[in-house]
Design a protein around this ligand. Structure first.
Ligand SMILES: O=C(O)CCC(=O)C(=O)O
Ligand SMILES: [Fe+2]
Length: 160
């Protein structure tokens, strides 16, 4: 892929961006409470910072692992639209947020979209594994979701 292909293909200077902040109160029995339930983020990448209190967990092969990243660093998480753009090469990461027994947790996520598979990868692979979709339609499909499939699964082209 050409240098700056991603910027240009995704029009990153004018694409949709979402900033979300979560605030978790301390919980004396953290194993009994859910902070943020398991999910995959909807954008391309998620850039995550926190207030120095860990609590992000990542799923790998059915097991949950703590994601330790130093305070004042930014954790970059692969989200749904990067899986689509990379035509399945990068997998959207399932993760969740847990609460802390003594300290408040603040966590800020910035995410962006939208997209379909990169043309050059579709040519290389011979087929696209995901439909292209406007981000607004993707977000609307979340709101009106009636099937058991996740929005990402709904973008997958099954017969390929
Ligand atoms: O609390 C966390 O660290 C996870 C939050 C999260 O995954 C999100 O806001 O999308
Ligand atoms: Fe998330």
């Amino acid at each position: 892929m050409e240098k700056r292909y991603l910027d240009e293909a995704l029009k990153l200077d004018s694409s949709f961006q979402l900033l979300a902040m979560s605030f978790y109160l301390p919980c004396p029995q953290p194993d009994q409470a859910i902070g943020m339930p398991p999910h995959r983020d909807r954008g391309l990448f998620s850039f995550i910072i926190n207030n120095g209190v860990a609590g992000l967990q990542i799923e790998c092969n059915g097991e949950w692992f703590n994601a330790y990243y130093p305070h004042n660093s930014i954790l970059v998480v692969v989200a749904d639209q990067l899986e689509v753009f990379s035509n399945g090469r990068c997998k959207s990461v399932k993760h969740r947020g847990v609460v802390n027994d003594t300290m408040e947790r603040i966590e800020i996520v910035m995410t962006n979209g939208p997209v379909g598979p990169a043309d050059s990868l579709v040519v290389k692979d011979g087929s696209e594994l995901y439909r292209s979709m406007k981000y607004v339609d993707y977000i609307e499909s979340l709101a009106t979701q009636i099937s058991d499939k996740s929005p990402l699964e709904q973008m997958m082209i099954q017969d390929k």
